[in-house]
Design a protein around this ligand. Structure first.
Ligand code: ATP
Ligand code: MG
Length: 446
């Protein structure tokens, strides 16, 4: 019989190798490679008949409303039966709180089970009492994977939450709970249980220091939906976003506020994040699109002279490469030279603005900070900046303009060719240079 090869896998990044290394070639972490067990033996399975897609009868299963509107929105309209959802987030961000609230609401119409490996039953009870009771939620405190799977298969709940996937262990694997092998095994087994028995399963996963959900990325491929729960522990606001969703739009955004009685949804985040102080230098309002939802975000910039040979470009909530590009285009095409200055940019509320439509507001905030001139009052901006200094139209302009009007902005700077008209004064600009002139309050009206 052929010798089965032993594989090693990195607990941080999931890199696999045929032999052990002290330093992981994938992520350069030390001492993270652990034995991953031999690959499954190839068996002789009988073939199965094929089906034609037209013959498959798929009754569209009704989604299960989670009772938490912002969570429903991010999931794409509720939990899909038999799906596997991974919720990741840093310690203490509120994963257990969010899911307990959802379980409590769902328990009114469905059978729900919480498998807790991290907290004792009494601790969960205390949290439930703080959130206002969760009488119908059934609970299992267990970390042994076989027991968890067997219990779910016997009880057949509609929804099952596993808090957290890192605490589960399969004794036959031998490696420690939380290692790649264990986490992958747990997810694979739970996936099978979920699909075969129609149990919508939510896995809570921890985030590694790089921000990857549940350590190895392998998990993200297995599950149907990956939700990331982000937030600054010093701010009360938490952002829930979908990094992957097989049943809905990604980049859908949910905003919560953490209070003593649990997480409260913020239905109008624009009102919270999209306000600038009138006459303040270095602040602009972006109208970004998060999934299907337009969102006003305050972008702040600081430009400060530096003696560094390589001036710093630091962005919180904006992509650093995009920021470097915007600074370069501003210098080359809009006459805002920043070669001798550090540039810092910050997006309000800890929101990450990934969408290129936010470029124009970032440029406006930087230009305002560099020139010491405030942005025109009541102004919102959106549009992508091209390398030639030309502005490119952004998608769904109509909805963005509606959002601007709804929150009392009076002027919007948009790329030329934006067909939409809003209730407010829409200034179409062809180039970044023109947009900067139109957007900064130079004392002349225009
Ligand atoms: N009495 C309280 N009043 C206000 N906020 C509270 C209260 N108790 C807990 N919190 C908030 O709840 C957060 C912890 O929430 P939770 O336990 O759901 O986080 P978690 O993401 O599950 O963390 P872990 O990864 O450690 O399991 C705390 O950071 C705190 O902000
Ligand atoms: Mg928790």
């Amino acid at each position: 019989m052929a010798k089965t090869a032993i594989k090693y896998a990195c607990a941080e990044c999931g890199y696999t190798a045929g032999r052990w290394f002290g330093k992981c070639p994938g992520c350069n972490a030390f001492g993270t490679l652990i034995e991953d067990g031999p690959p499954d033996p190839v068996g002789l399975a009988p073939p199965k008949p094929l089906l034609r897609l037209v013959d498959v009868d798929a009754a569209e299963a009704e989604r299960i409303g989670t009772g938490v509107d912002e969570l429903d929105r991010v999931l794409g309209g509720g939990l899909v039966p038999a799906s596997l959802v991974l919720v990741g987030g840093e310690p203490g961000v509120g994963k257990s709180t969010l899911l307990l609230m959802a379980l409590r609401a769902m328990s009114e119409r469905h059978r729900v089970v919480l498998v807790t490996g991290e907290e004792s039953v009494a601790q969960v009870k205390l949290r439930a009492a703080r959130l206002g009771g969760a009488a119908n939620v059934e609970i299992l405190a267990e970390t042994e994977l076989d027991t968890v799977c067997a219990t779910i298969e016997r009880e057949l709940p509609d929804v099952c939450v596993i808090d957290s996937v890192q605490t589960l262990y399969a004794s036959e694997l031998g490696s420690a709970p939380g290692s790649v092998g264990q986490v992958r095994e747990a997810a694979t087994r739970l996936l099978r249980v979920a699909k075969e028995n129609g149990v919508a399963t939510i896995l809570v996963g921890h985030v590694t220091k790089d921000g990857a959900v549940a350590g190895p990325r392998v998990l993200e491929h297995l599950v149907d939906c990956v939700l990331q729960f982000e937030g600054d522990r010093y701010h009360a606001h938490r952002i829930l976003r979908a990094a992957k969703n097989r049943f809905g739009s990604t980049n859908e955004l949910g905003v919560f506020e953490m209070t003593g009685t649990g997480l409260v949804g913020v239905p109008d985040p624009s009102a919270l994040f999209g306000k600038t102080e009138e006459g303040e230098v270095g602040a602009a309002v972006a109208c970004a699109l998060e999934g299907t939802r337009p969102l006003l975000l305050e972008v702040q910039a600081l430009v400060s002279p530096t003696d560094l040979a390589m001036p710093r470009r630091v962005g919180t909530g904006v992509d650093p490469k995009r920021l470097a590009m915007i600074v370069a285009v501003l210098g080359r095409h809009a006459g805002v030279r920043l070669g001798g200055a550090d540039v810092f940019v910050n997006v309000a509320g800890g929101v990450r603005m990934d969408e290129p439509g936010g470029d124009l507001a970032v440029a406006l905030a930087i230009a305002s900070a560099a020139k010491g001139t405030p942005v025109r009052s009541g102004l919102g901006a959106f549009g992508e900046i091209g390398l030639t200094g030309r502005l490119r139209p952004a998608t769904q302009a109509e909805r963005r303009l509606e959002e601007c009007a709804k929150f009392g902005l009076s002027v919007a700077i948009v790329p030329a060719g934006t067909a939409a008209r809003g209730k407010l004064n829409v200034l179409e600009q062809k180039t970044l240079g023109h947009a900067m002139k139109a957007g900064l309050d130079t004392g002349q009206s225009g």
